[in-house]
Design a protein around this ligand. Structure first.
Ligand code: PHE
Length: 337
């Protein structure tokens, strides 16, 4: 009995729905079947008059009918709403166009790409190394004495006794020389880590580019020629430069390269600490002890290496005074480049 009514209401509901073409007609159908006094809802009232054993099956049929009807109702409602909103849309051709915001490469990536392009033009290839390094590659093979202060926990993030986050890209020199026969001419960019207090001038993570050239008869004059050519292409042709003696365990002799301060043009200002000069990189001729640790013949070979910080390089070129802006993802900073 009840199942017959269910079947009839089911098919009436379906044919009523076919005739619906707007939201108002749809609402009428809903009232007829699904409202408080609607046909389907009233059927539920009849349930309580049924004999006990028929109730479960009848209840199931009714629930199915109600679910079916409300699903059909909902999907038709969505469809009608969508089409009516499209119909109502008016296009105002006099409105100003909205511009899509374009993303761009991070300033550090741009700077690194520029450095890579210049060195590729000078015959260098590009190598990579891991940020998690062995103490051996980061220090020992680079001729750091066991008690060298750079190994101190103050500067280095040690992961274990023998592993650490590399403090410079120089360990990649060891990797490149250990797995390639000379001559090698390569640059090696990447992230490095130092356990330093964060300030406008230093950060616990930054980027470096390492350079390496090993062959027979490589001279300090070639090192200077290459770096001057780089600096002129990167910072501009009319710059002044100088090489100052310095010390690194893995190079002998060692030097640091300065260029004229871009801000005061050598007169002396806050950025260059009144010296008129800005340091841009460290460099030197490869120490024979380093050749020994990679099984290169230090009697036959000579070579040079250099290393520069990419943040520092970008800061000098673009007049940025706080290193932290590179890592804060502040759109106001990023979109300027
Ligand atoms: N590794 C040195 C540093 O981090 C830079 C350097 C590289 C100096 C290669 C000389 C040769 O300061």
């Amino acid at each position: 009995m009840l199942s017959e009514s269910v079947r009839k209401i089911h098919s009436d509901f379906e044919s009523d729905l076919i005739g619906v073409s707007n939201l108002k007609d749809l609402e009428d159908v809903r009232t007829k079947y699904l409202s408080r006094n609607g046909l389907i809802t009233s059927l539920f009232d009849e349930l309580k008059n049924l004999p006990k054993e028929e109730k479960p099956l009848a209840g199931k049929l009714l629930n199915e009918l109600r679910d079916f009807a409300s699903n059909q109702f909902k999907s038709l409602k969505d469809k009608l709403e969508l089409s009516s909103s499209v119909d109502n849309q008016k296009i105002d051709l006099t409105l100003p166009a909205s511009f899509k915001k374009l993303g761009s490469r991070h300033l550090l990536t741009q700077t690194l790409d520029e450095i890579k392009t210049i060195f590729k033009g000078l015959g260098f290839s590009v190598f990579d190394g891991p940020e998690l390094e062995s103490d051996y590659n980061n220090f020992e093979a680079l001729n750091f004495a066991p008690d060298h202060p750079a190994r101190d926990m103050q500067d280095t993030f040690f992961i274990s006794k023998d592993y650490l986050l590399r403090t410079h890209t120089s360990p990649v020199q060891i990797r490149v020389m250990s797995s390639n026969k000379p001559p090698v001419r390569a640059i090696m960019p990447g992230r490095v880590y130092r356990n330093e207090a964060v300030s406008s001038r230093s950060y616990c993570m930054f980027h470096q580019v390492e350079g390496l050239y090993v062959d027979t008869d490589v001279t300090f004059a070639e090192l200077k020629g290459t770096l001057v050519s780089f600096a002129q292409q990167f910072y501009g042709g009319d710059l002044n430069y100088r090489f100052r003696p310095s010390f690194f365990p893995f190079t002998e002799p060692s030097a640091e390269m300065d260029i004229t301060c871009y801000l005061c043009h050598g007169k002396g200002c806050k950025v260059c600490k009144q010296t008129g000069w800005l340091e841009i990189l460290g460099c030197g001729m490869i120490d024979p002890n380093v050749f020994k640790s990679v099984d290169y013949d230090s009697e036959k070979l000579t070579g040079y290496a250099f290393g520069m910080g990419i943040e520092r390089t970008a800061m000098l070129k673009y007049g940025i005074t706080d290193i932290r802006v590179f890592f804060e993802n502040d759109f106001r900073f990023l979109k300027q480049f």
